[in-house]
Design a protein around this ligand. Structure first.
Ligand code: KG4
Ligand code: ZN
Length: 334
């Protein structure tokens, strides 16, 4: 048939995921086996445990995805996989699975950058219009990325210390909330008030860079001081005030950059794109703007393979191919 099917595997962190996308933009199946429960009691992702779970889950997840789609590997036009960045042992499981399948069935193999995937998750919902700006906010990344065409990424701002998701997870740990902390703080914040004055790191005039470590320390110090004075702070208010600071900086810088570069679309990507406060602030800011705001549905915000298939399909159609020497690259550049 004329239809093109792309299979994708994603194992960069704590989700074993397999997806199939048809004709670049149509999601056929998206299976995600989450390991969150196994890592919870350690308060974060334990790399060794993640690798073992990926090994246990990869074949099952792959079979489930193909069964759900009622397709076989023979129907696939290419096998795509996250090659980095991420945990090396976790990435290796996906890369080796993809290489094995591609080699056995003599299918083209395409390595994909995890962040390109987060960005392209949006294209499963809406066609891209260039130039566009992407606000990437995940556990490992906080970046403003300008795209003038498919597959081209210009970083115009990035975090100088912690990623936004990392700040959420660290503050959550201080509040003794379970891992992953982002969704927990998000939920608490909706029940609290922005009554505590936390700093906002705007950095130099005109800078699109971010910094969250000062905010994180301010929250930890404030909680510590309250503890010593026997004063009680409502966790809801701490969460709400912290989130207020993060969301203010992220949405303001994204809006300014969108105006300055005159982009057609502002795309939000990564796990923190699931944040209700951020979604609302962006909707409010871009309401009267010429720039169209794209925020992926919840299931496409956190790690999945559909996003890798979406980015991989474009890379494949642009002629990108990986060799049999494709390797996991934990520090891969976009
Ligand atoms: O993209 P992702 O699933 O994995 C990485 O590539 O890092 O992002 C995970 C991050 C975690 O730090 C998690 O706490 C955060 O996204 N996160 C959230 C929310 N949901 C997930 N942060 C704030 N609010 C949320 N609702
Ligand atoms: Zn991610």
């Amino acid at each position: 048939s004329q239809d093109q099917y792309i299979l994708a595997i994603e194992t960069s962190c704590d989700e074993t995921a397999v997806a199939i996308v048809k004709n670049e933009r149509e999601l056929v199946t998206n299976v995600v086996a989450s390991q969150i429960e196994s890592h919870k009691r350690f308060g974060g992702v334990v790399p060794e445990i993640a690798s073992r779970h990926h090994i246990e889950q990869i074949t099952i997840t792959l079979e489930e995805a193909l069964k759900e789609a009622d397709l076989t590997i023979d129907d696939m036009d290419a096998i795509t996989v996250t090659e980095g960045p991420g945990l090396v042992g976790a990435l290796l499981v996906g890369v080796n699975a993809a290489k094995s399948i591609a080699f056995a069935k003599q299918k083209p193999l395409v390595g994909v950058h995890h962040i390109a995937g987060h960005i392209y998750a949006n294209r499963l919902e809406k066609e891209f219009e260039f130039p566009l700006l992407s606000l990437v906010v995940s556990g490992g990344h906080t970046e403003l990325i300008l795209m003038r065409e498919h597959g081209s990424y210009e970083i115009i701002g990035e975090t100088r210390d912690d990623a936004a998701g990392e700040a959420y997870d660290k503050v959550a740990r201080t509040l003794k909330l379970p891992y992953p902390g982002g969704p927990e703080i998000d939920r608490l914040a909706s029940e609290g008030e922005e009554s505590i004055d936390f700093p906002r790191a705007w950095l130099e005039q005109g800078s699109y860079d971010f910094s969250f470590s000062g905010l994180k320390s301010a929250v930890i110090n404030r909680l510590h001081n309250a503890d010593q004075k026997g004063e009680t702070l409502r966790p809801e208010d701490v969460a709400s005030s912290f989130q207020g600071s993060v969301v203010d900086v992220l949405s303001t810088k994204a809006y300014r950059a969108a105006e300055e570069y005159g982009v057609k679309q502002l795309i939000v990507a990564g796990g923190v794109a699931a944040n209700k406060g951020l979604r609302k602030a962006l909707v409010d800011k871009f309401e009267k703007s010429e720039t169209e705001l794209l925020i992926p549905p919840m299931h496409l915000c956190t790690d999945n393979a559909a996003m890798i298939a979406a980015a991989g399909a474009v890379a494949y159609n642009q002629g990108h191919r990986s060799g049999w020497d494709l390797n996991a690259n934990p520090g891969l550049d976009l």
